[in-house]
Write a protein that binds this ligand. Structure first.
Ligand code: 5GP
Ligand code: MN
Length: 322
């Protein structure tokens, strides 16, 4: 498959480098981890020293991917190239780059990307950052081993919610077919990425579902630290409850408010095709895609809910799409 990304400069930079630092965002999802591992393992195969760093480490559900045990929480040593994957702004990497050189290459598919690196491989039409990584590996003429293919497929599966998002194109399936040819187990990767969940996660949902509200085609709920303790749920995220909310027929936009250990409120938005919630998330210092966006907002739960709901409602009813 011929690459459509302007990768020549990135290819040159990577070919001239031997000690490469790869980082991705806090609270990593399947595309963050899959893109990091796909690129990292392929570069290691080519004989380069690669360090892969995620400030929060890697979620349990993704630990079976080959190479995940190499991911560390802090970068150590000197590097001649720094690559950031799946981050729309540098705040998203947390402290992973503290004391390290500014990023050389930024590889991402978020429409809100701030093009913060010297070279920015940003394509908002790509269904996942993993799609851009695949094209780059192709241009670097690196071999597609099963662990690299499994990592990239995990990125594609998670960010498209199992090929259900409106940005999925015929090329997505050509890419999936090419990755499957390495004999990776697609159903098993799919099950691990999207289907399997812990008892505690579903118990955590029950607290959010009990508080479910709706008004004007907007659906929302909240999850507090108390809910989290009561469910014994270990993550700081919403355990994917937002995807249950966004399956409700009566909604154009769904939102979830998740209290964080630092007192901030993490807000997630999901929208039906035709609406753009990235714009609203960006106003609150976050970002994302038209159909799925997020922001971490300081303040008490009720105050943040009032502000974010009002802003979202205004955009929904204000004559222009959110
Ligand atoms: P989620 O709601 O699942 O955390 O994220 C939905 C989308 O919004 C993802 O593409 C994610 O990368 C992006 N996103 C979530 N939170 C933030 C944030 O705080 N800042 C930025 N820039 N993007 C975010
Ligand atoms: Mn991501």
């Amino acid at each position: 498959m011929q690459s459509k990304y302007p990768n020549r400069k990135a290819v040159e930079k990577i070919q001239q480098s031997n000690r490469i630092l790869l980082v991705t965002h806090i609270k990593p999802d399947g595309d963050a981890v899959g893109s990091l591992l796909g690129l990292g393992l392929a570069l290691q195969e080519s004989g380069r020293q690669v360090q892969m760093v995620i400030e929060d480490g890697i979620p349990l559900s993704l630990r079976r991917l080959t190479g995940s045990d190499q991911i560390r929480k802090k970068a150590e040593g000197e590097f001649d190239l720094v690559i950031v994957v799946d981050c729309s702004d540098l705040g998203r990497v947390g402290k992973a780059l503290d004391g390290k050189p500014a990023p050389d290459i930024n590889i991402d598919h978020h429409i809100t990307n701030e093009e913060f690196a010297e070279l920015n491989l940003v394509d908002a039409h790509a269904v996942a950052t993993a799609e851009i990584i695949y094209a780059l590996l192709n241009d670097l003429e690196l071999s597609l081993t099963p662990p690299v293919a499994a990592a990239l497929l995990t990125g594609l599966i998670t960010d498209t919610l199992g090929f259900r998002t409106s940005n999925v194109r015929p090329e997505t399936f050509y890419l999936v077919a090419r990755l499957m040819e390495t004999s990776v187990d697609l159903p098993e990767l799919y099950r691990r990425a999207l289907v399997s969940r812990s008892f505690e996660a579903v118990k955590f949902w029950s607290f959010g579902l009990a508080k479910l509200e709706q008004a004007d085609r907007l659906v929302w709920t909240s999850l507090t630290m108390n809910d989290r303790r009561a469910a014994n749920y270990p993550g700081r995220d919403d355990a994917d409850l937002i995807n249950v909310l966004s399956s409700i027929d009566e909604m154009d936009v769904s939102m979830i408010f998740v209290e964080q250990p630092n007192g901030n409120i993490k807000v997630s938005w999901r929208a039906q095709p035709g609406f753009d919630v990235a714009v609203v998330a960006k106003e609150f210092g976050g970002g994302g895609h038209a159909a799925a966006a997020g922001a971490e907002i300081p303040g008490a739960m009720q105050e943040v809910q009032d502000k974010a709901l009002e802003r979202t409602r205004l955009a929904l009813t204000g004559g222009r799409h959110v």
